[in-house]
Design a protein. Sequence first.
Length: 139
Amino acid sequence: MKKIILLFISCIMLISSCNSVSTSLTDLESSTWKLLELNGIKDSTFTVSSFFTMDFKEGNSLFGIGVCNSFFGKYEAGENGAITIDMKGSTMAMCPENNLEQSLSIVLSNIDSFKIKKNKLYLYEGNNNTAIFEKFVKQ
């Protein structure tokens, strides 16, 4: 009977850990993030493998790639998923989807918190989810 109870408790812990929400800097910094949705919009440009990726680096540096421009900035993370991003600059190549890059830059400049759940990064401005990224594996 003890083995059954122990097995049951182990299963519950395993299931609950799969659905857990993280606000860990280690989780944030250990991945490249690929944009899925911006302000509720899923654009076909987001599905191209090399477009709209972002990396949070140790030392509070942020680097990303849009459609034809790269961008960089600094981030400051606090407790319980608090985060602010200071966009420092980007390359200035002209590209047709530049408005998406500008929209992403504005969203990143205004976020105040993040959560990671099931390999997805959710960025928030207040209670509004403004961007969703997923862990990206370069092929």
